[in-house]
Design a protein. Structure first.
Length: 135
């Protein structure tokens, strides 16, 4: 149980740092894409900002359940196992989510694709952490 809790906390903190870093990098590397966030669709106000910082831990819990359930089915080096978990998660959760967001909200294809890539990377990072700390 200790490995489960420690790996969850580590994964959540790494994802939080990754999310914060990507936030700043995306503004620097993709300023045009970042302009889309000024749309009224994204006007959440300060009361909901904390939800952004809770997201890495919610994702870590979701992937933790998946990891605990299916880790015995994955073979190979911990990096390969972690990448596979991330890819599977992206395929069954992130891709359908981005599809419905793109079809129902006024976001550009570039925005939806960037979210898909970002979500896939988050899932892969989390998978690698779990494969290393809780094989």
């Amino acid at each position: 149980m200790k490995k489960v809790v420690i790996s969850f906390i580590v994964a959540g903190l790494i994802l939080l740092a990754f999310s914060y870093g990507i936030l700043y990098l995306s503004v620097l590397l993709f300023p045009g894409l970042s302009q889309e966030y000024y749309s009224p669709v994204f006007a959440t106000g300060k009361t909901r900002n904390a939800l952004y910082f809770a997201h890495p831990f919610i994702l870590a819990i979701a992937i933790k359940y998946f990891w605990q359930r299916f880790k015995s089915m994955l073979k190979g080096h911990f990096i390969v196992r972690g990448l596979e978990v991330g890819f599977i998660y992206a395929l069954i959760a992130t891709l359908p989510s981005m599809w419905i967001i793109f079809s129902s909200m006024k976001v550009s294809p570039a925005m939806a694709i960037s979210w898909l890539v970002y979500g896939t990377l988050q899932a892969m990072i989390t998978g690698i952490v779990y494969a290393k700390l809780n094989p």
